[in-house]
Design a protein around this ligand. Structure first.
Ligand code: HPA
Ligand code: ZN
Length: 324
């Protein structure tokens, strides 16, 4: 099974580029940029990872970004991830980035997006891996700040495929960003939003993303199974759900294999993704292998999950057919 999973050509639709920052690169960049790190070594850094819910993860995730300052830092970060992804037989990626987490530290929006984009281009020509970029807004910041950042993106629309919403969901419902997402839609961008597992008002948040925001995809969204009406709605719209098993394990102590089986049985379109693979110590293959072990998924189920990621990707319909 392991070999079968490793060899399959795969796509990844839910990976935060800042969540791919490996401790070794962190140390190299910290030294170059003269940034002080709390840990004395990469091993010590990993040993300090202590996540049990979304806020406890986000604290460590944002602190880790302090070493990313110059355009080339973002290039190295993105290139390192795309190299690892290509080595795992991932042929197509939709990458999230969190510009507000950088502008708030005085790093210019253009620096961030230019570094990421240059690596995407080079990885495509040198390694053959194709990728598209999704600008994520931080939902625990204001709607005004999100709108300012959408406007910063206007000269870079050719580098973006869509917008997303991440960070702390508590008291930050999808509707807070209705205007920002409506403008992004008018600009021709695709829309997705995180509905993290087991959040307050999770079903109302899922309802808002589908009915009010009218997203093209949902990130996580595992709790949708608690509502037959929402499942029917997601199915009728062909909405993909980007599920992240190892990430979920930190919140609900399970890779959500039972829920994924139910989703498949009900005809929903879940895909498997790594979310923040450096922090969770699992890239896409490791997510699929752990999931298969927990849930005894058949080869057929695994093929369906991988096909779902191409099916619900934002490649053009004709490009999707090359992979399906
Ligand atoms: N949820 C919310 N915000 C995030 C995540 C996540 O899984 N990863 C990075 N930012
Ligand atoms: Zn995520």
């Amino acid at each position: 099974m392991k070999e079968f999973i490793e060899k399959m050509p795969k796509a990844e639709l839910h990976v935060h580029i800042e969540g791919t920052l490996e401790p070794e690169l962190s140390f190299a960049l910290a030294q170059k940029n003269k940034v002080a790190l709390k840990a004395k070594s990469p091993e010590e850094m990993i040993n300090a990872y202590d996540f049990y819910d979304l806020p406890s993860f986000l604290d460590i995730y944002y602190a880790g970004m302090s070493v990313l300052i110059e355009e080339d830092d973002f290039y190295q970060l993105t290139m390192a991830y795309l190299k690892r992804a290509a080595a795992q037989n991932i042929v197509y990626v939709e990458l999230f980035f969190d510009p507000q987490a950088h502008t708030i530290r005085g790093v210019h929006f253009d620096t961030v997006i230019s570094g990421i984009h240059a690596a995407q281009k080079d990885a495509h020509s040198e390694l053959g891996i194709e990728s598209q970029l999704i600008l994520c807004f931080l939902r625990d910041m204001s709607a005004e700040s999100a709108m300012e950042h959408l406007n910063m993106a206007e000269p870079h629309l050719d580098k973006l495929i869509g917008v997303g919403l991440d960070s702390d969901e508590k008291n930050n419902p999808p509707l807070k960003f209705a205007e920002v997402f409506s403008k992004a839609r008018m600009w021709g961008l695709k829309l997705t939003m995180h509905c993290d597992v087991n959040q307050n008002n999770t079903l109302e948040h899922i309802r808002q993303v589908i009915e009010d925001i009218k997203v093209d995809r949902i990130d996580h969204g595992v709790n949708i199974l608690e509502s037959d009406a929402l499942c029917e709605l997601a199915k009728s719209k062909g909405l993909g759900l980007t599920v992240c098993p190892v990430s979920n394990k930190f919140v609900v102590q399970s890779l959500t294999s039972k829920e994924l089986k139910k989703m498949l049985q009900q005809g929903l379109l879940p895909s498997i993704n790594s979310d923040d693979p450096s922090y969770f110590r699992a890239y896409l293959n490791e997510n699929l292998i752990a999931l298969q072990e927990e849930g005894q998924f058949s080869k057929e189920d695994l093929v369906t999950l991988v096909a779902n990621s191409f099916k619900t990707s934002w490649l053009s319909e004709s490009r999707k057919l090359e992979y399906l």
